[in-house]
Design a protein around this ligand. Structure first.
Ligand code: ATP
Ligand code: MG
Length: 435
C-alpha cells in the first residue's frame, strides 16, 4: 500500500494545542473588553452570496479584484463567496433581520476570513479576524469610544508599542472634488505611474496614495491632500474626535495618506500599527462607513467599525514576551490499576466537581513511566492512588513544579485522607496561582 501524506491547503493554518492558551487568552480578553462597552456577539455564515461582497466591499478593491474565493454551487448554480471580511456580512444580517428598527446596535464577531493572497509572514489565505461594528450612531463620540476600547484591549493583552494612525476621508462631495484633483495631478505625472496606479487612475485614484512602490513615494507625498478639501462639517467631526481622544490620553498621528482598502469608508479611518512584525505591521484597521447600510439595501443609517487580524495580534504578544503556556491539566492522577484505578477515577471526579482540570493516567504502567507523563502534562500537582496509599485510605499529593524563592505546598509527597484531598488541592492551586 502506498503511503500518502496529506497536507493542509496552502496559506491555511492549523491551530495546534500548544497554542490554545494564547488564542483563548486573546479571545477571552477581547470579549471581556467588548462586553464592558455594551457590544454583543453576532455570528454570520462563512459563505455569503457573492453580491454581498462585490457591492459591500466595492468592485475596484484588492479584495474583490483578486482575493475572493468565489465559486458556483454546482447543486443549484448560486454564486457564492467565502467571506473575505465580515462587515458586509454583518450589515447584510442586520438589514435582513431589521436589527436597526428604532434602535442602534453594538456588535462583535470573531471567525475565519478567506483571501487568495500570496502567503507570507502575517498574511494567510485563511486568517482570523475579531471585529466590532457600531450601527445607527453618527459619531464622532462612538468612533472615539471604539478607539479607546482598542487601547484598553492592547493594555489588557500586554501589548505595547502599537501606534495609532488616524485620517479622515470626509464626505462624498469632498471626496469627489479631491478625486478630480487627484486624477488631474496624476494625469500630469502619468509617466511616473506604475501599472497598478495606471489601472486605478480612473477607477480608484485614492488607492494610488496607498502605494508601497518606493519610486512613487515622492509623487504621492506631493499629491493633493483630501484634508485641504474638507468642508466645515468634516473638519468639525475630526476636531471633535481628536478632542475626545486627547481627553482619554490616547496618542495618535494624523496620516493624510491613510485611505484603507475598502470602498465604503467616510470620515474616520484608523489603523493600529507596530514595527515589530516586519512588513505586515497593521494589526487592526477600522473606520466609519455611513453609506454601507443603504448600499446593502437597508434604510440609511450610519456605522463605524474595526477588524483586527488575530494571527498578527498573537505574534505581537509573543514579541512582547507575553505568552501563556498551554497545559493539559492542573492535576495528574497516578494509580496501580485494579481497585486503585477506581479510587483514582473517583478522586478525579470529586476534583472536577470543584472545577479542577484533571487527567487520570490511562491504562496501567509503572509509576516511573506515569510520572514522566505527569511531568509532560504540565500539571502542577501529582496525586498518587497507589496500592499502599489506598490501603491506608489516603492519597499522596506532590507538587510537580518548584518556583524560585517560593514555597510550594506539597513540595514533598504528603498523604492526605481521600475525602479531604479535593479541598486541599483546590486550596493549594489557589495559593500557587495567587502567587
Ligand atoms: P493589508 O494592508 O495588510 O493587506 P487590509 O487593509 O487588507 O490589510 P483589512 O481588510 O483592513 O486589511 O483587515 C483588517 C486586519 O485583518 C488587518 O489589519 C490585518 O491585521 C488582518 N489581515 C488582513 N488580511 C490578512 C491576511 N491575509 N492574513 C492575516 N491577517 C490579515
Ligand atoms: Mg489586504
Amino acid at each position: 500500500m502506498s503511503k500518502e501524506k496529506f497536507t493542509g491547503v496552502k496559506g491555511m493554518n492549523d491551530m495546534l494545542p500548544q497554542d490554545a492558551a494564547i488564542w483563548h487568552k486573546v479571545e477571552e480578553t477581547a470579549i471581556d473588553v467588548l462586553e464592558r462597552y455594551g457590544f454583543q456577539e453576532i455570528r454570520t455564515p462563512i459563505l455569503e452570496n457573492t453580491k454581498v461582497f462585490t457591492r459591500g466591499v466595492g468592485e475596484v478593491t484588492d479584495i474583490v479584484e483578486k482575493e475572493m474565493y468565489s465559486f458556483v454551487d454546482s447543486m443549484n448554480g448560486d454564486q457564492l463567496t467565502l467571506r473575505p471580511e465580515c462587515t458586509s456580512a454583518v450589515v447584510r444580517a442586520v438589514n435582513e433581520h431589521n436589527l436597526l428598527y428604532g434602535t442602534t446596535q453594538r456588535l462583535w464577531y470573531i471567525g475565519p476570513m478567506f483571501r487568495h493572497e500570496r502567503p507570507q509572514r502575517g498574511r494567510y489565505r485563511q486568517f482570523y479576524q475579531l471585529g466590532a461594528e457600531a450601527l445607527g450612531m453618527e459619531g464622532p463620540d462612538i468612533d472615539a469610544e471604539m478607539i479607546i476600547m482598542l487601547s484598553r484591549l492592547w493594555k489588557a493583552l500586554g501589548i505595547d508599542g502599537v501606534r495609532l494612525e488616524l485620517n479622515t476621508l470626509g464626505a462624498l462631495p469632498e471626496r469627489q472634488a479631491h478625486r478630480e484633483a487627484l486624477i488631474r495631478y496624476f494625469e500630469e505625472h502619468k509617466s511616473e505611474l506604475d501599472e497598478d496606479a495606471l489601472r486605478r487612475l480612473y477607477t480608484n485614484p485614492l488607492r494610488i496614495l496607498d502605494t508601497k512602490n518606493p519610486d512613487m513615494q515622492d509623487l504621492v507625498n506631493n499629491a493633493p491632500r483630501l484634508l485641504d478639501f474638507l468642508g466645515e462639517e468634516s473638519r468639525a467631526f475630526l476636531a471633535r474626535l481628536e478632542k475626545l481622544l486627547e481627553a482619554a490620553g490616547i496618542e495618535y498621528t494624523i496620516n493624510p495618506r491613510l485611505v484603507r482598502g475598502l470602498d465604503y469608508y467616510n470620515h474616520t479611518v484608523f489603523e493600529w500599527i507596530t514595527d515589530r512584525l516586519g512588513a505586515q505591521g497593521t494589526i487592526c484597521g477600522g473606520g466609519r462607513y455611513d453609506p454601507l447600510i443603504e448600499m446593502l439595501g437597508g434604510r440609511p443609517a450610519p456605522g463605524v467599525g474595526f477588524a483586527m487580524g488575530l494571527e498578527r495580534v498573537i505574534e505581537l504578544m509573543r514579541e512582547c514576551g507575553n505568552v501563556p503556556v498551554s497545559t493539559m491539566c492542573d492535576v495528574y492522577v497516578l494509580h496501580h490499576g485494579g481497585d486503585t484505578q477506581i479510587t483514582a477515577m473517583r478522586a478525579a471526579e470529586a476534583l472536577r466537581d470543584a472545577g479542577v482540570r484533571v487527567v487520570v493516567h490511562p491504562g496501567s504502567s509503572s509509576i516511573k513511566s506515569q510520572m514522566k507523563k505527569a511531568d509532560a502534562s504540565g500539571a502542577l500537582f501529582a496525586v498518587f492512588a497507589t496500592e499502599d496509599e489506598c490501603a491506608q485510605g489516603v492519597l499522596g499529593i506532590k507538587a510537580l513544579r518548584s518556583r524560585e524563592g517560593e514555597e510550594m505546598p506539597f513540595a514533598a509527597q504528603t498523604p492526605v485522607k481521600i475525602e479531604e484531598a479535593p479541598a486541599q488541592l483546590v486550596e493549594a492551586l489557589r495559593k500557587v496561582r495567587g502567587a
